[in-house]
Ligand binder design. Structure first.
Ligand SMILES: Cc1ncc(COP(=O)(O)O)c(C=O)c1O
Length: 466
């Protein structure tokens, strides 16, 4: 049934919008090695996996190796990887310079109680590039960095509440998860405070103010209601859950103005969108300086990392410990381990201005290919995003925030079919239609994507929203 699949090579490609079975992989057939591995995984892990968000229906394709823009699955198929471990790799997999630096560091030690010079070097690089980062600290993930920034804001202001935008993902800390996935039935007029996991303490909900994206008047009104209680507002400048629509200048101005008026901190969560520019997203969206910034993903060069920093007076007030217990003690066994630090340093050094211009160009070309395919195939759709981040949506309704971006059942199903059809054709994007492009994406990769995308679109039928 799958002639040629064992070679792991593409069997055929079509440039037309005609559904051919263009299969590059044994997955998800029951005879695939991924299937056998999944059966083993099911015996020891719930649902056979440890990660919920990147789950792939009907079960995960297992990787054998990764290199550059490709991952090779356990059956030998080469897949164009446009997810790149959830945007944590920006030069592709196993970049030779990163591999070389990490290999060298491994021989000098993978972790040590004593700090290594490379931690200082990465901190210097980040503080030099981002003017608002006067002092910085590392940790091991974006979740941890958000948590520590939130606790730092509370410690600094001696206030309990935080403000976040409806629907935006900031990692797995209880407070950060509030109103991550509200539904029309419960989201209310003004955004309600909805727990994400069952059993979230009521106190957590009480201490999170939820605001809509890109609505300055509502933002100010809602923040003023809790004014004296608010420690900080968290902003992700380009979230997939708000449709990857950039912040308006008026919205960001209001964020900063209202926070200043009520004595709260502005914290940019650039865990993901730091990849938007040399000075991060904040460098791209104007010269407003957040009080603190949270980083992760690419600054670890493909290894676990997180970082948070900002105004020196805040960081010193909260973390200075040489005269006694600081306002917020923070540590972590693997914090600033030299493997993540050196991988991040090498990665960030390669990300010069030319590399960001190249990423912008790649993103523009990919978005153009997607738009042409929608037009050519007569499918209603859109692609949003900036630079190396893009999101494909199978609807032409205008998207501007979480509610307008809310996935209808039909669109969710259609995107699942599109994502699956793409994967069978050898292209990995997320089930939310998101792609993160690496600098190593080649012209041939873009052509390959273009062909796969046009072919996959044919399988997608979507009832348009009324
Ligand atoms: C904006 C944002 N904040 C925080 C996180 C959590 O980061 P991590 O997965 O490293 O814990 C993510 C992860 O995707 C993110 O996109």
């Amino acid at each position: 049934m799958f002639p040629g699949l064992l070679t792991g090579r593409v069997l055929a490609r079509d440039d037309a919008c005609v559904e051919n079975e263009v299969l590059v992989t044994m997955w998800p057939s029951e005879t695939s090695k991924s299937h056998a591995l999944f059966q083993r995984a099911l015996r020891v892990m719930v649902a056979g996996t440890t990660r919920h968000i990147p789950w792939q229906d009907p079960y995960p394709m297992f990787a054998a190796s990764c290199s550059g823009s490709k991952v090779t699955d356990v059956d030998g198929a080469d897949i164009l990887d446009l997810v790149q471990n959830n945007a944590s790799l920006i030069h592709g997999h196993a970049h030779p310079e990163v591999v070389g630096a990490v290999s060298g560091q491994l021989l000098r030690g993978s972790a040590c109680t004593l700090p290594f010079e490379v931690e200082v070097s990465l901190a210097e690089l980040l503080c030099e590039r981002v003017p608002s980062l006067e002092k910085i600290r590392f940790c091991n993930s974006g979740t941890e960095a958000v948590m520590l920034a939130m606790k730092a804001a509370r410690a600094y202001t001696n206030r309990p509440r935080i403000v976040k935008v409806e629907g935006v993902y900031h990692g797995m800390y209880d407070y950060a998860e509030v109103s991550l996935d509200p539904k029309p039935a419960n989201w209310g007029n003004d955004p309600a405070r909805i727990g994400y996991a069952r059993g979230v303490p009521q106190g957590v909900l009480e201490d999170v103010v939820v605001v809509p994206w890109n609505q300055p008047e509502a933002l100010r009104r809602l923040m003023l209601q809790d004014a004296g209680e608010i420690a900080a507002i968290f902003i992700d400048p380009l979230s997939g859950n708000t449709g990857m629509t950039p912040p308006t200048g008026a919205f960001l101005d209001e964020v900063h103005r209202t926070a200043r008026d009520i004595g709260a901190l502005v914290i940019y969560d650039e865990v993901l969108c730091f990849r938007l520019g040399y000075g991060g997203a904040q460098g791209r969206f104007g010269d407003r300086r957040p009080d603190m910034t949270v980083l992760a993903k690419i600054i670890g060069g493909g290894f676990p990392v997180g970082a948070f920093g900002g105004r020196a007076d805040i960081m010193e007030a909260v973390f200075e410990h040489r005269q006694g217990k600081p306002l917020l003690p923070a540590s972590g066994t693997f914090t600033a381990n030299p493997i993540s630090m050196i991988a991040g340093l090498v990665t960030m050094r390669m990300l010069d201005h030319a590399a960001f211009a190249h990423l912008d160009d790649l993103g523009d070309r990919m978005r153009a290919v997607i738009r042409e395919s929608f037009t050519g195939c007569g499918v209603a759709g859109q692609v949003n995003g900036l630079g190396s981040m893009l999101q494909i949506r199978l609807t032409d309704r205008p998207i501007s925030d979480y509610r307008s971006a809310f996935w209808t059942v039909e669109e969710t199903e259609a995107m699942k079919r599109l994502q699956l059809a793409l994967l069978k054709r050898g292209v990995l994007i997320t089930v939310k239609g998101i792609a993160y492009l690496p600098t190593v994406l080649s012209d041939a990769d873009i052509e390959f994507f273009s062909s796969a995308f046009r072919g996959a679109l044919e399988g997608v039928s979507l009832q348009q929203d009324a």
